[in-house]
Design a protein around this ligand. Structure first.
Ligand SMILES: [Zn+2]
Length: 313
């Protein structure tokens, strides 16, 4: 069942979070849909500008549509992650997405409001949900790099005004996460006092956590043991932090880095251990199964295993 993110958040708020998974290629889409069907868990499949540049939006949406036929029991939304006006208005016109993000967080407050409002008006006219962003995350997402000194936490005092002025359906907030594999190098962790303050001012409003990967040290070690050279001091969002953030209104947690690390680990180990192999489909099969197992664990952690039943017609 294809839903909007707004429909998903109406049921999950305060109870569980929905993983929003960035996909770039076919094996990930199989792994994601297979896991969701097995776990009976709702999810959000999403595409970044980089993914659309790489594979083409039509290719990604066509693969997602095929996956929905192959795994017919899934409950999900299709979301455009980090959209900009050109992509968003095109997508609203052509269809395919049930939810879009307008990322105007690098603009000042008034300009962010104006850009978000324009997207909301067009999207809502077609029944599409809108995620906006307030506050700036550090890190690397696609080709956009934000230094720590140019990032800033979401100001809870601005959140109410922003949401009322824009009528957005959910809000991505900056509360200590960052994009990319090198999160929390300073060890600061999630800023729960900001999250609590936002929820106090805006109870019931769905919040989104970008940069929600866990960056498991064991995965980094295995990649490096198979020839990788990744920094070992990186730390992602810890499982305890996820559990604590959900009752505070985090409804959507974006995952991209963890699945890229998984791909790197599977392929590096495969070609190290089986140097005579050259068929992409052999490690591809291993990756799909590992990806599925990875997602089953995420569904458990986020509390959404079995929750697709919340949305039965
Ligand atoms: Zn993001």
């Amino acid at each position: 069942m294809l839903l909007t993110t707004r429909q998903l958040f109406e049921k999950c708020y305060g109870r569980y979070a929905i993983p929003a998974v960035n996909v770039f290629f076919m094996e990930e889409i199989h792994g994601l849909f297979a896991a969701a069907q097995e776990a009976n868990a709702p999810f959000i499949v999403q595409t970044t500008p980089f993914a659309r540049d790489y594979a083409h939006a039509d290719m990604l949406l066509s693969m997602i549509a095929a996956a929905a036929r192959i795994y017919p029991q899934v409950t999900y939304a299709i979301h455009m992650d980090h959209g900009y006006e050109a992509h968003i208005f095109d997508a609203i016109e052509k269809g395919g997405y049930t939810s879009v993000m307008i990322d105007a967080s690098h603009d000042d407050f008034d300009k962010n409001v104006a850009r978000t409002k324009a997207v909301v008006a067009a999207a809502h006219a077609k029944g599409i949900s809108v995620e906006a962003e307030l506050g700036v995350l550090a890190g690397v997402e696609d080709d956009l790099t934000v230094d720590a000194e140019h990032s800033f936490y979401t100001n809870p005092q601005q959140v109410v005004d922003f949401v009322h002025a824009t009528d957005c359906d959910s809000l991505a907030i900056a509360v200590g996460t960052s994009h990319g594999a090198y999160k929390f190098s300073g060890g600061q962790g999630l800023q729960f006092h900001i999250l609590e303050e936002i929820q106090r001012r805006l109870p019931g409003f769905p919040l989104v956590l970008h940069g929600g990967s866990n960056v498991v040290p064991e995965v980094i070690e295995r990649i490096n043991a198979a020839g990788g050279q990744l920094k070992t001091d990186a730390k992602g969002v810890q499982e305890e932090e996820v559990r604590k953030a959900i009752p505070l209104g985090i409804c959507k947690i974006n995952i991209a880095t963890d699945t890229r690390l998984l791909w790197t680990m599977v392929n590096r180990e495969f070609f190290r251990d089986r140097p005579e192999e050259f068929a992409p489909t052999t490690p591809g099969k291993i990756f799909m199964e590992e990806y599925k197992q990875f997602m089953l664990k995420k569904f458990d952690l986020f509390g959404c295993t079995g929750k697709a039943g919340d949305f039965s017609a």
